[in-house]
Design a protein around this ligand. Sequence first.
Ligand SMILES: [Zn+2]
Length: 422
Amino acid sequence: MSQPAATTGAAAVSEARQWERLMAMAAIGAIPGAIRGGGVNRACLTRLDRDARRVLIGWAGEIGATVTVDSAGNLWLRREGADPGAAPVLTGSHMDTQPNGGRFDGIYGVIAGLEALTALHLAGITTRRPIEVVAWTNEEGGRFAPGCMGSMAWSGCKPLAAFAEVTDPDGIRFADALAEHLAAEVDISPRPLGHVPHAYVEAHIEQGPILENGGKDIGVVSGIQGSRWFTVTLTGETAHAGTTPLAARRDAVQDMVRAIAALNALMHDPDDVLRFTVGRIVVEPNTSNSVADKASFTIDFRHPDKAVLLARGDAIEDVVRAAVRDAGVVVTETFHALPVEFHPMVVGAVEEAAGALGLSHMRLPSGAFHDAQFVVPVCPTGMIFVPCRKGISHNPAEYSEPGQLAAGTRVLTEVLLRLANE
Ligand SMILES: [Zn+2]
């Protein structure tokens, strides 16, 4: 913790300390033998998640930050301000990873927030408003779908109880996993779910190639495109592959092929802004010499324009019904988040801080969703992106340079300072 004396918050940010902490976090849930050296599997509300939070709490204690947990399991670190009654400025992100995740998605925003608080502490700077760092519960949705449960419950976007019956792949209910988790953190002071911060700013790796390709240090995030997720289930009839004439079949796989072809036509976009993905297919009985009686597939559909997101998303079921020949059709929407625009106050603060620090920057929308999306209705919100190599994320090869990550944290520190002194 011995640092050279620094006079400003950003100058007290330590690239080495932040990197060491990120690598310490990456060891918690490290995937054995990950060939590119960086795989992490740290699912939410597991023992690994709790181990990582205890390490974070230890670091927070070194700078005198207070620690609380709310009923959704969101973890809060708070550095007091000169006016403790003022609405706090909030930063943070998430600590859970995808099952085959990397070392930076999510955890960077939490460690960057802690590093900003540490820098202010070491620089002897007191802000008017308190600053809080939050680690949101279950952003990734890898264990319990959908993601962003913690931020949705906190913001009132959805009641916490709405997630109770969601189960993980082992059949464990979200409500039970959360209860077990909160019992293990019973020594941490509870806090109510939800409040109104002065502003929220989240630092995150870009998870796309735009900053790297543009040679920019900092992404000033303008907003987040909307997402709609669906599951389509087609039910036909199983039959012998050798004896059943094609005309007599109700083949769920053939109807799935027709449905996906029709959806590709629906989602055609000459500008290549729209994102349409069929990423998971389950076929039953899934044997090579039987006609399938069941085929289900997921749709991940995203667009920054609300009108497009609504019109084409609403058309999915009719397009599938019109495309299939024989199968019964059930279309279920599993996730729906409208596009959001970030607040000019926060976007402007990020842009000015990057400029003041001599960092190259550009505005860009986020292609991935983030907890920040659900904070938008509560308070002025924005995000800071740092480049990641080749845009690779949700993958052990995910990588950002220590210097790129430190630059993002310097911007974050300046933004927090400015907002916390308003
Ligand atoms: Zn993330």
